[in-house]
Design a protein around this ligand. Structure first.
Ligand code: NDP
Length: 286
């Protein structure tokens, strides 16, 4: 029994990967960050800049992207560029990858982070809107992955997918958002299995985030839910670390994301009850 337990512990460390993160891991790496004009994406761009990466950022708002690029150059980025457009358009999603190829002739890390602005409300049966959100939050992730794969296979690179606890546990009033985040888990976790079976040396890191203090998130939940939010700067760093260490999933913050998942698997009705008690439904937008 003693040897069995020892073996189990060793296997745990082997499979969980206990390598330490070093900022130098990102030095000179060529990284795309989507949704980097604000929030967590913007903070990821700044971390990567301090680490000396080549950065290509994207979002819709050109003026904000210009400011982030200028700040990245000041912070020490090896290079920083942007391309603006909407991820509702798959041709635009492809053109971001094309721009990376033109700039660098290769790619080391693809960080998929952008998200259609979300708000809390009852599901209003709008199928056309569901389609739009699916395009932005899911299909553009697939499109960019497909377009990047030849370069990522060449470099033994990484795909980092920013998801949410709402992509593992069902919360009310986020039906559109949640559907797209669950879809990301299905697509990328299945793809990861195939990569392992085909010895494709491209890692996939799914990031399961709890509530983070970005302006958009704080505005969206204001008055409706009261839970504490974790800092976007630290969250951004944890995502980059997870990608650099080629972890399969990261959970941030750890306990506030892992505990609901444990309850989900063992007592789903209890979890539903706890979640439902947290909402002030009178304050919901129509
Ligand atoms: P923000 O709203 O701050 O940033 C979203 C980014 O996506 C912006 O750069 C925005 O720029 C861009 N974007 C929005 N719509 C489009 C579009 N149609 N085409 C291209 N880009 C677009 O979000 P957060 O930083 O809060 O979230 C970042 C990620 O973290 C998301 O994937 C989110 O789901 C996830 N997450 C966040 C949580 C939180 O509490 N903040 C919790 C769990 C997960 P622009 O408007 O200029 O296009």
């Amino acid at each position: 029994l003693h040897f069995f337990c020892k073996g189990l512990i060793l296997a745990f460390f082997f499979y969980s990967g206990n390598e330490d993160f070093k900022p130098e891991m990102l030095k000179g790496k060529r990284v795309i960050v989507t949704g980097a004009s604000t929030g967590i994406g913007e903070q990821m761009a700044y971390h990567l800049a301090r680490m000396g990466s080549h950065i290509l950022i994207t979002a819709r708002t050109e003026a904000k992207l210009q400011k982030v690029v200028a700040q990245c150059l000041e912070l020490g980025a090896a290079s920083a560029s942007y391309i603006n457009g909407s991820m509702e358009d798959m041709a635009f999603a492809q053109s971001v990858v094309k721009k990376a190829e033109e700039l660098w002739g290769g790619l080391d890390m693809l960080i998929l982070n952008h998200v259609s602005p979300a708000f809390l409300s009852y599901f209003n049966s709008d199928v056309a809107y569901m389609q739009k959100v699916l395009n932005i939050n899911f299909l553009s992730y697939v499109t960019m992955t497909v377009a990047s794969l030849p370069m990522l296979k060449n470099s033994g690179g990484s795909i980092v997918v920013v998801s949410s606890l709402a992509g593992k546990v069902a919360f009310p009033f986020t039906v559109y958002y949640s559907a797209t985040k669950f879809a990301l888990d299905g697509f990328f976790s299945s793809l990861r299995q195939e990569f392992a079976m085909k010895n494709t040396n491209v890692s996939i890191t799914l990031c399961v985030l709890g509530l983070i203090d970005t302006e958009t998130a704080m505005k969206a939940i204001s008055g409706v839910v009261q839970i504490s939010a974790a800092p976007k700067e630290e969250c951004a760093l944890e995502i980059i670390k997870g990608g650099a260490l080629r972890q399969r999933e990261i959970y941030y913050e750890y306990l506030s994301t892992r505990i609901p998942l444990l309850i989900r698997d063992w007592a789903p009705n209890l979890l539903d009850y706890i979640i439902q008690r947290n909402y002030n439904v009178e304050k919901l937008k129509d």
